[in-house]
Design a protein around this ligand. Structure first.
Ligand SMILES: [Zn+2]
Length: 445
């Protein structure tokens, strides 16, 4: 099982020094800890589930090695721990009184809480991964809910990651499905970066691109094998997730791994105040199909005949965008944030004209790049279904009307240029949505 690409990437990032990815590596946790935190005391942060999965064993390994380790901090297993800012403050308060290096044993929530709490105490930390459920282990920044919406707080990634495949493969199946969706999402996220690059909004960093996209096809091509716990398929999934997180660390922003599909997921996460029944990855998976379906409609169009003047004149003014946001959201914090984010990416008429002329003149080349990158929506849906993911809004208690609303609102909440913006600016978003949701359309059945 080839981890050379991880080793090479580690030389290009600043925060994470070591990723140990293989079966049985859990036993080496104390050794890895003492390499990066020599002579320091450890404190394990886990919940009841992850403590059983690996935490207790790590605690025992430290003791058996004669290394100083505190009483573990263990959260209840039920209800599921929520990645809220209040919980970050609480954890930081507990850790403040303990002179030790946090060892997060868990997945998304435990890692994000420990990452930000450690940073607030100006401590580094390490993580022992217990599920292949998302790409955040190796990412800079913590995804935490504050004031009614998910925000990415800037903080460094862990110094060391221990990813024991034997531990991770035993995690509940929906967690693996979630990780698969979070990884496959990089297909459409990459397409969004291609557009932003082509239209002069955010150039592609080729090294970052290679980190996240280089092995993506290979890592996602056999979703069916994940349900049978195929070791090679599982290894590739975990490696893909680690590389995806590292791409964020390399780029120091989430662009490489997050496009319209994540905006749709974030929009739904805003409505949550506890750990949702459906994980981040499963929502991202549905957003990924949604994005791929929109791409299929956009790619059916011919922008070489775009009427640029008409589009520039028809585009909403700043105050009209603000009015749309005030109508779309009720939480005043969300409204303020969405206005700020939308204004930051608002194209002035001259800028928009340049953008649309590029789209018009370079459409054949842009289209070819996108066709090379993208997986069509029906295939995307089949791949996600094979991995056990959610593929229709009804499977997570939502209607197609909720999804339609998400297509319209997602672009308002973040300063990130995606296919949703391009379609809106080129004047075809509503037509595309019409095609997707009317009888015979992708979402109609
Ligand atoms: Zn994600």
């Amino acid at each position: 099982m080839d981890t050379d690409c991880i080793g090479q990437t580690l030389m290009d990032v600043q925060e994470t020094k070591s990723i140990s990815l293989r079966s049985g590596i859990l036993a080496k946790t104390p050794e890895i800890f003492s390499r990066y935190f020599p002579g320091q005391k450890a404190v394990i942060v886990a919940d009841e589930n992850t403590y059983i999965a690996a935490g207790r064993q790590v605690q025992d390994l430290f003791s058996a090695a004669g290394m100083p380790v505190c009483e573990p901090l263990i959260y209840p297993g039920k209800p599921l721990l929520y990645a809220s800012f209040d919980n970050v403050l609480r954890l930081a308060e507990s850790l403040r009184h303990i002179d030790a290096i946090p060892v997060a044993v868990g997945s998304g929530t435990i890692n994000d809480l420990t990452k930000l709490a450690s940073h607030r105490l100006e401590r580094r930390y390490m993580v022992v991964a217990t599920a292949a459920s998302m790409d955040g282990y190796t990412a800079s920044g913590a995804s935490i809910s504050k004031d009614g919406f998910k925000q990415t707080f800037s903080c460094p990634a862990p110094v060391a990651v221990v990813a024991d495949l034997d531990v991770m493969i035993r995690a509940p199946k929906p967690m693996t499905a979630s990780g698969y969706a979070d990884l496959l999402a990089k297909n459409v996220a990459g397409a969004d970066w291609i557009i932003a690059d082509a239209l002069g909004i955010e150039p592609i960093n080729t090294r970052t691109w290679d980190i996240v996209q280089g092995h993506l096809r290979e890592s996602t091509e056999h979703p069916d094998l994940l349900s049978s716990n195929d070791p090679q398929a599982f290894f590739r999934l975990v490696r893909g997730l680690m590389l995806s997180g590292l791409s964020l660390q390399h780029y120091q922003a989430s662009r490489p791994a997050s496009g319209a599909e994540h905006l749709i997921s974030h929009l739904w996460e805003m409505a949550e105040t506890t750990h949702g029944e459906f994980s981040h990855g499963l929502k991202v998976g549905l957003g990924t199909i949604a994005s791929a379906a929109l791409y299929d409609r956009v790619l059916a169009r011919d922008f070489t005949r775009l009427n640029v003047d008409r589009m520039v004149n028809a585009y909403l003014s700043r105050s009209e965008v603000e009015a749309v946001i005030r109508k779309a959201f009720s939480n005043p914090d969300v409204v303020d944030s969405a206005i700020q984010q939308s204004m930051a990416k608002y194209p002035e008429p001259d800028e928009m004209r340049i953008r649309l002329i590029r789209l018009k003149e370079q459409w054949p080349q842009i289209k070819t790049r996108l066709q090379t990158q993208l997986i069509h929506a029906p295939e995307m849906r089949d791949m996600l279904a094979a991995a056990g993911c959610v593929t229709h809004p009804s499977q997570m208690g939502k209607t197609t009307t909720d999804l339609l609303k998400a297509y319209r609102q997602a672009r308002l909440i973040r300063n990130r240029y995606t296919i949703l913006d391009m379609a809106e600016e080129a004047g075809c978003l509503e037509d595309c949505l019409n095609e997707l949701f009317s009888p015979g359309g992708f979402w109609a059945s």
